[in-house]
Each structure stands twice: as structure tokens, then as C-alpha cells.
Design a binder for this molecule. Sequence first.
Ligand SMILES: Cc1cc2nc3c(=O)[nH]c(=O)nc-3n(C[C@H](O)[C@H](O)[C@H](O)COP(=O)(O)OP(=O)(O)OC[C@H]3O[C@@H](n4cnc5c(N)ncnc54)[C@H](O)[C@@H]3O)c2cc1C
Ligand code: FES
Length: 283
Amino acid sequence: MTTPQADAPATGRRHTHARVLAKCEVAPRHFALTLSNSGIARTVRAGQFVHVLPHSRENEEDTGWSFDPLLRRAFSILDAREDEFEILFRVEGRGTRSLARAEVGEWLDLLGPLGNGFSLSQASRSAILVGGGVGVPPMVFTARALSERGVESQMLLGARSAADVLCEDKFTSLQIATDDGSRGHHGRVGDLLESALQEQLPDMVFACGPYPMLRAVAHICAAKNVMCEVSLEENMPCGIGVCNGCVVPMRPSEDILEGDDYGRFRRICVHGPACDARDIDWT
Ligand SMILES: Cc1cc2nc3c(=O)[nH]c(=O)nc-3n(C[C@H](O)[C@H](O)[C@H](O)COP(=O)(O)OP(=O)(O)OC[C@H]3O[C@@H](n4cnc5c(N)ncnc54)[C@H](O)[C@@H]3O)c2cc1C
Ligand code: FES
């Protein structure tokens, strides 16, 4: 299994289709789909995502299918190999409920790979990965890509409870925190990060998860002067930079404002989802 070159220029968005090769309920309300699409699998980088129409159809040519729901949903790539890639999602609302009904052999309509992906080249020796909830899947790909570059990574995984711990078998170095204490550290994953940074400072921290978790991670890293990239999971109605539905406020700075059409706001679907944590206005 080889990873496409991280930090290479983005290949640009593609409208394409992918066949469902496997489906697995990995935890209550959480489904992993293995999808067949060599164009995506061979070019995607850790931290990029696909934008999926949340309903499946029986064959690739079928045009008599519904556009309801109309908007695509964004999912990070969990991992990719040769001609296949995986996504893992939690059933939240209408779109993910519908996607969970996709059957093996059916087809999905998607755009991808989208987004910038993590700046893996910023880590030369070691990195800490922090994932919370459905922010864990992109860390699987990130850990493998870093390992292929000879970078050691340690995964800090946050979940609500033991039942919600995702992908633990995919990480070689792992610590777990649960909100209810049913597994690992009783508390927030940020506590684990603070302890890890007491021991050793990594080149980079890469994080993905709920906004409050990312804000805490950003503050912890800033206090220790450790570089941190966060992957934001804002709602993305269009995914291609035209609706402004995904904008996030940035700290006012000349560098940041330069070249952006939206003043203090960045469209995360095109300028992210991975962002330097110091650039974001977390207030
Ligand atoms: C880059 C990225 C990566 C992600 N990766 C994952 C992942 O790996 N696994 C995972 O489980 N989840 C992931 N998510 C979150 C996932 O996209 C949402 O959970 C999913 O969209 C929920 O869809 P739903 O229909 O079930 O929920 P709903 O709440 O019914 O619908 C959410 C969708 O409705 C639309 N929407 C909601 N509010 C508005 C609004 N105010 N204006 C316009 N449109 C709106 C958006 O298209 C949004 O995606 C990711 C999100 C992003 C942005
Ligand atoms: S999702 Fe429409 S601009 Fe980003």
C-alpha cells in the first residue's frame, strides 16, 4: 500500500462515481464504507475529503434518481489504497441516515478529492495526532502517511464513551480519553495532550474533531509554542467555494487578509479544511 505524495499540489475537484465495495457498522450509528474509485484512491492526501450525494443508486448509468436531499455531505478519507478508499461516518441527520442505507454494489455520486490536506512535511521527526468523535477517521490516514515518511506519531483519541471509540486498532501508539470515564482517561482529550506536551514537544500537532475540542487544542499548543494544524468540520453546503456557507473568522492580520475575497472570513472548503490553528479567531 503506498500513499500519494503528501503536500503535493492539489489535483483539483472531480465529479465522479464510486461503487460501494463493503459496508460495516463499526459502532452504534457509525458506518464505514469501502468505495471503489482509483482516481481518488491514487491521488488523495491525508486530511482531504469527498463531498457525497447522500443516496445510492443501482448502477453508474442510472439517471432516474433523486436529488433529494439536494446538498452533498462532506466526509474525510479514512484511508486509501490502490483503487479503493474508505470513509467512516456517524448517522446525524437526514443525509447520513440516507447514506447508511447504501448497499454493497450500489453507486455513489461524489466530488473529490477536495480540500488541502494536512501539511505533513512540517513534521520531520514526531507528531501528535488528536482526534475526537468523527474527527478520528482522517487521523488513520494521517498516521500511516507520517509513518511512511519516517515520522513517529502518537494518537490521542477522544470519545463520549467506550462504545464511541473509533478505529483504535488502526493506531500503533494510542491513548484514549472518554467523557464518562468508561474507557481510558476520564475527561477530555485535551488533558492527554497537556500531559504529552509536558514530556516531549513534537514538531507538529494535527487535530480534527468538534469545534470546542479544536479550540482547546489550539490554546494548549499556543501556550507551548507548538505548531498545530486543525481540520475544521464546518457545514459545507456546496464544497466548491461558491455559497460562503462554510466561512470561519480568521484573526485580523495583513498576511491572512491578503489575496482573500472575503475579508476576515475564509471559506474552509477551499482554504481548508486544514488550517494553521494560530490563524483562526477562536473567540
Ligand atoms: C471536511 C469535513 C469532513 C467531515 N468528515 C466527516 C467524517 O469523516 N465522518 C463524519 O461522520 N462526519 C464528517 N463530517 C461531518 C458531516 O459532513 C456531517 O455530519 C454531515 O454533513 C451531516 O449530514 P446529515 O444530513 O446527516 O445532517 P443534517 O444536519 O441533516 O445536514 C447537515 C447538512 O445540511 C446542510 N446544512 C446544514 N445547515 C445548513 C445551513 N445553515 N445552511 C446551508 N446548509 C446547511 C449542509 O450541507 C450539511 O452538511 C465532515 C465535515 C466536513 C466539513
Ligand atoms: S461550502 Fe460553499 S463556499 Fe464552502
